[in-house]
Design a protein around this ligand. Sequence first.
Ligand code: SF4
Length: 350
Amino acid sequence: MEFTENECKQSAMPILKQVPVPTGDILVVQGERGKLELLSIGDYGKEVNLNRDTAVPDNLPLIPLERKWVITISTQYGCSMGCTFCDVPKVGKGINATLTDMQRQVIAGLQLHPNVTWSNRLNIHYARMGEPTFNPAVLDHARWLKDHIDPEYSVHPVVTTMCPRDNEWLKTFLHSWVRIKNRVFRGNAGLQLSINSTDESVRDKIFRKSALPLWKIATLLDGCVPVGRKFTLNFAVCEWPIEADVLLRYFDPERFLVKLTPMHETKAAHAHSHKTLGDYTNPQSYKAIQAQLEQAGYEVLVFVTSQDEDLSRITCGNAILSPQAAQPERVRSLPLRFTNELVTRAGHVI
Ligand code: SF4
């Protein structure tokens, strides 16, 4: 997609800082209400990261952005949730980003690679700073993506939420999002619920009592049936209990799948001694939990990252805005390296 001069002017978002990390770039940008950060990264491909038996090494080439591109944007300035594994609350309390802020973040991410004018998959994750369900503009933003960005970049938007207790609009947001996933994007969108443990006392500690209990989350989604990928229950694998029996009480394997990821090594995670058991780059560390969940009937995705990916601060909760917050431990001095595979545009002759 090429932006006209006028569109560029309208979308201009001052870039205050650009941090090149091994698989992409973190941008700190000036929003309408302060500073925001976003992330643009390439991907090794699911053949490398997903459900493999071997560890994920560093220094792999990325698949072309025309095949997959991931842009993660902030939905709030800071966050008021205070999850103990996350650095974002150090930035400040959660104030909603505007629709324009979120539109401009996507355009700023795309303009990092002006030569990439289309993609067969652009994941837009509402998962950098903030709890997205507090911000109804996220819903408008997804509809804007469909109209303005999807035609060239095949957008796959994903909301990730820890399901906050004190959000009286949570049910409305979730049902609206499911409608967008099912109808606007015809299933080509995601809803991820950050559960992290099936033990409510542990969840109370790690979410500082700001997340709803599992039974309540399940109740909120009563009647929602996903088109496309099932609703995803996310677990950062740590010392926290994950019991398939408990999960089965609330979440039907017909509608929900489970995704296991490493506990990302944020400053906050270090401070609270939250750490993936075993070598987090190695799928073997997740096998016992995976087997237990699969036996219970769940489809399980094990998403293992390399150290490069993790230490580049790729996920929600790794703000660089605050002087006390985490800085990426891996920065990149060379240009991004891609495989030279030929990618054809799905549905188009090139
Ligand atoms: S993990 Fe998400 S919801 Fe929790 S404090 Fe961080 S940004 Fe907020």
